[in-house]
Structure formats: C-alpha cells, structure tokens
Design a protein around this ligand. Structure first.
Ligand SMILES: Nc1ncnc2c1ncn2[C@@H]1O[C@H](COP(=O)(O)OP(=O)(O)OP(=O)(O)O)[C@@H](O)[C@H]1O
Ligand SMILES: [Mg+2]
Length: 394
C-alpha cells in the first residue's frame, strides 16, 4: 500500500480529534461560566428575598426602605421572579417577558403556569412575615443564563456543519482536479500515439506491396500489433472526451474481450462466459471502454489466483428494479478483506510490487461516469474468491 493512504487517514483523524478537543474545551468552559453565573444569580435572588422581607416588615416611610426598594428590588432587571402570598395570590412579577395586551385573567393564568415551571427548577424562597403569614418568591434562570446553557450545543452544531461543508467542498474540488488530470492525460496520450501509429500503418502498407516481404508471416504479426495499438489509442481518446454509447450486444462484447485475454494468460486459468438473458440482449455501452474494464478486472483476477483457477463472466439482469444489465465476473482467487472493498477502487491503492493501483480506479470511472452505471464488489471471501459486478443501462 502506498504510504499516501496512511498519511491521508492520519490527517483526517487529526482533524477529527482537533474538532473534538475544541468542542470539549468549549463545553467545559461554558459549563464553568454557567455555574458561576448561576451562583451569582442565586446570591442575587437571596438578596432580593431578604430585601423584600425587610420592606414588607418595615414602615414604608423609613428612608432605608426607599433605598432597599430602589437599589435592590427594582435593580433586579434580569432574574425572572414572581411573589405570591401564602394562598398563592400573585403580588408581584418581574422580568418575565409577557405578551402585551393580556386581560387580567389571562395574565394570572400565564403567571400560574410560570410558577409551576419555576417550582420544578428551584424550590421557592419563603419569607416569614410573623404570625404564621408568609410570602413565596418563585424564580428561574435569567435569559442570559438559559441561553448560555444551550450555547455549547450551538457551538458544536456550528463546528459539525463547518466540518461537513469543508468535507464536501474539498472532495468536490479534489474530484474536479482528478477529472482534469485523467482527461488531460488521456487526450495527450491518444494524441501522441497517433503519429507513430499512422507511420507504422504506412510501413505495413509498404511491406505488403513489396515483392520481398509480401509473404512473410512477420507482416501479418505486425498487422495484429498495429490493430492492438489502434485499440489502445481509441481507448485513450474515448476517455479523453465524452464517449458515444451505443446499443451493443453484451454477450458478444464480453466474449470478444475474454477471447482476447484467454490466449494471453496461463492455460491453468479457465475462462467461461455465460448469459442468462436472451441472445442479442443489448446495453448502452462504448465497446473499447467496456473491453478495457473487463480486461482490468480479469487481469486482477488472474493475479489474485496466482495464475491458476477459474474466471466466470455471467450476464444477467440486476440493479435498479432489476432492469439493468449486470456482468458478474467471479474468480477463485485470494479474495478481498471486508475493510478494503471500497478502497480497492481508489487510485494508487495496490498490494502488488509492480502495480500502480490504477486498474480499478479507471474501470470505476469508465462505468460510473461514462456509462452512468455502477461497478462494485458484489461478493468476496478471503481465500475463496471475488465477484465484481458491472451494471449497465439497458
Ligand atoms: N479479484 C481480486 N481479488 C483480490 N484482490 C483484488 C482483486 N482485484 C483487485 N484486488 C486488489 O485491489 C488492488 C487494486 O487493484 P487495481 O487493479 O486498481 O491495481 P493493481 O492491479 O494493483 O495495479 P494496476 O492495475 O494499476 O497494474 C490490487 O492491488 C489488489 O490488492
Ligand atoms: Mg489491476
């Protein structure tokens, strides 16, 4: 495996860990602020209750009462409080954001509901007035405090959504860049192959016409190699542009691709092509590109079997509503571990000494992007074999 994958997953892990640390620090810090502010509000409310008791129990013309009333009771502009007598009649309500234009009855109902909620948050403060009379002070967190309590959640949501946006932006730009590289390189390759290829063809013509070489088997062989080079050039030029898809006989294309491979690999590999669909069933495909895909998958299969085993290509219905055409290519090789079923399609991933890790990446591009189909590992068991599935549109 190329170290680039280790590195990439390490960087991803680092970013996730960093985000978690930032999140955790925010939560801890905000909780600290919350508990401090909560303590302060508790002190404020205790003072408020004491001030109330003082003003109720003292003659109202006392100057101290005036002072306490304005400086302490009226000064509480943040903590919502409701003052009731022993029977629950509401005497005063402060800092509650009540809607305007309520009737007296609506207001009372609303405040009663508030009292119920406040009871659940804190037990009311009791103000003993002597002779069994008492008042109750109900209160709850100030708006700031309750907002601060939810703040870490907001922050975490912001971090998470930033992460998601960044992830998609990066993967989009990376894909766009990859596209440019693939297409540019393919076009350039097709272009560069063009010149020597036409000159080779001219040479072949020349030999065919010459008395001396006309009957040499070499001319025939040269012709085959030229045909192969033409196919390769066609592949690159197809992948470097928007390829034309035509309705083609799937079985025929598959059989031709396998026939080509059969004679080029070890005899100990048994090839089989089978179709469960009626003869002549077509799919929308580009012949040079699909041949390339089949070749790449089969070459990997041969490698995975160490040159001994069987490769079976079965054509059947599959995919969306079972209306697509599926090519299942099964080998009896070493299999792919579960954790690598997706990774094998990434460019650069290889387990071979002399591999580039491009075969499957290219095949996937050809099927997914150029044929609007799908290529995936349908089944694999380590030590038993693998089935790759190509889905094409009918
Ligand atoms: N049929 C299979 N059975 C087991 N492993 C497979 C099979 N096909 C692919 N793999 C694994 O997936 C990896 C990637 O395959 P891919 O064709 O993309 O690259 P490669 O064959 O290593 O190199 P290249 O095709 O560029 O020469 C392989 O190295 C191999 O580990
Ligand atoms: Mg390969």
């Amino acid at each position: 495996m190329l170290p680039i994958y280790d590195q990439k997953s390490r960087i991803k892990l680092l970013i996730v860990v960093l985000a978690l640390v930032i999140g955790a620090v925010t939560v801890v810090y905000t909780n600290l602020l919350v508990s401090r502010l909560s303590e302060r509000e508790q002190q404020q409310i205790d003072l408020y209750a004491k001030a109330l008791r003082f003003t109720i129990n003292t003659e109202s013309d006392d100057t101290n009462v005036q002072f306490v009333s304005t400086e302490i009771i009226q000064a509480n502009k943040t903590v919502p409080v409701i003052l009731t007598d022993a029977e629950g009649n509401i005497a005063d309500a402060r800092n509650l954001d009540l809607p305007k234009g309520l009737t007296e009855q609506q207001r009372t109902e609303l405040l009663q509901r508030e009292i119920e909620q406040m009871k659940e948050l804190h037990p009311p403060i009791v103000i003993e007035l002597g002779a069994g009379a008492r008042n109750y002070v109900y209160y709850k967190d100030s708006l700031i405090l309750s907002q601060l309590r939810t703040y870490p959640l907001v922050q975490l949501a912001v971090i998470a959504s930033l992460g998601i946006i960044a992830y998609f932006a990066f993967s989009y730009s990376r894909r766009a860049e990859q596209n440019r590289v693939w297409v540019g390189l393919a076009k350039e390759t097709a272009h560069q192959l063009g010149t020597p290829l036409s000159s080779l063809m001219a040479w072949q013509e020349y030999l065919r016409d010459s008395e001396r070489f006309r009957d040499e088997p070499i001319v025939e062989e040269l012709g085959k190699d030229i045909r192969r080079l033409e196919i390769i050039t066609e592949r690159f030029s197809n992948i470097g542009s928007i390829p034309i898809l035509k309705d083609e006989d799937v079985y025929e294309v598959a059989e031709r691709a396998i026939d080509y491979l059969k004679v080029r690999v070890s005899r100990k590999v048994v090839f089989k092509v089978e179709s469960l669909l009626p003869r002549g069933t077509t799919a929308k495909l580009n012949v040079p590109l699909l041949e390339w895909v089949i070749e790449n998958i089969c070459k990997n299969a041969v490698d995975a079997m160490d040159g001994r085993g069987s490769i079976t290509l079965i054509i059947r219905h599959g995919g969306r509503q079972n209306k697509q055409i599926a090519l299942d290519i099964t080998d009896t090789g070493k299999g792919i571990p579960k954790s690598k079923l997706e990774t094998v399609f990434q460019p650069g991933y290889t387990t071979k000494k002399r591999g580039w890790g491009l075969g499957l990446a290219l095949a996937k591009r050809i099927i997914d992007n150029y044929h609007s189909g799908r290529l995936y590992v349908r089944w694999s068991e380590v030590g038993k074999g693998t089935t790759f599935r190509v889905l094409l549109n009918a």
